[in-house]
Write a protein that binds this ligand. Sequence first.
Ligand SMILES: O=C(O)CCC(=O)C(=O)O
Ligand SMILES: [Fe+2]
Length: 371
Amino acid sequence: MTAAVASNNTTSDEARRAAQSYLNNRLTTKSDGPARPFNVPVIDISSTFDGTLEDKQAVASQIRDACTNSGFFQITGHNVPESVRQGVLKQASNFFKQLPPAQKDELHVKHNALMRGWEPSDYTYVNPDDWATAAVPETKEGFNWGYEASLDPTGGDGKYRDLDGSTENGNVWPDDSAIPGFKQDIAEYYGQVLQLARHLFRLFALSLDLPETHFDEMMTHPGGISRLLYYPPSKDPKPLDPNEADKQVGLGSHTDYECFTLLLSSTTHGLEILTPDNVWTPATAVEGAFIVNVADFLMRWTNGVYKSTIHRVVNRTTKERYSVPFFFSINYDQLVETLPSCISDKNPSRYPPIRAGEYVLERLKATVKDG
Ligand SMILES: O=C(O)CCC(=O)C(=O)O
Ligand SMILES: [Fe+2]
């Protein structure tokens, strides 16, 4: 492997600290008045696939409203078939239920510098501060993989660089004989959400008053980590109580790291989001929708204009929950500076330039003990 991207420790430290401080400020700041009612907006994007520029701008304007407010919305009319969505959820259940422990262990993320593979529940805290404060491990279990040209319906541009600048992707896969059809169903799903994410990012460009194609050359071999997640049934199901800290948390309070996340989940509820008034509320997707949330790299890129969303998962039911987030980044070797349209006298650029992959790797490393 060749390390093509030199890492800059000062910038990485700054990036990690800025993200943690945003999270902690939001978690500890309570709004003065009563919390306003909050719903995750539903945006139908069907008109953007073969519509006019005006059609796309109308949707982009709804995206902008959501991103400057909570950073959360859900999309319908996305064209990812039900069979493909069910296929990947089925494979999530197959992976966690059918793969023998010894085979899971061979895929353990501890063997992989880029955190690809099987992640047992107690190996990471998504919020690094939880290493010092949480009483018990998160209940989630995961399987992570990232972009490969062979998973990209465009075939890629042959110039892929992984998080650390290496030319090879670090993916590991279970033996297909142990879980028949696993890689095929994953590839089908991944290809569809990757193309959907590219399409959405064009709408994001419009939403930022940029030409529709502004980001195109930055997503020719984009970073896109995806994961299968399993949350066991709760042993002590309790409704959300805003005044009591939850002990058994599936995934702690956190922001995502990349540009945005496309989230698919099984019908078992569990996702909870921190509203703009900093109160926790359950986030239930409408039938067939993807939840979309702005993540930290886009917040940084837009100089804080688009809000990275704080969320967590608590399975408060006696049923299993599965989910499949897809974290869309741009080409990991792309150096990114604050978007000029997001800089003003009142809001001068707050962040130094950083490469997309360097940023995400720094954040991932922080989730491991002493990482
Ligand atoms: O499982 C979910 O619904 C959300 C997962 C998530 O937030 C994450 O993996 O970052
Ligand atoms: Fe997340």
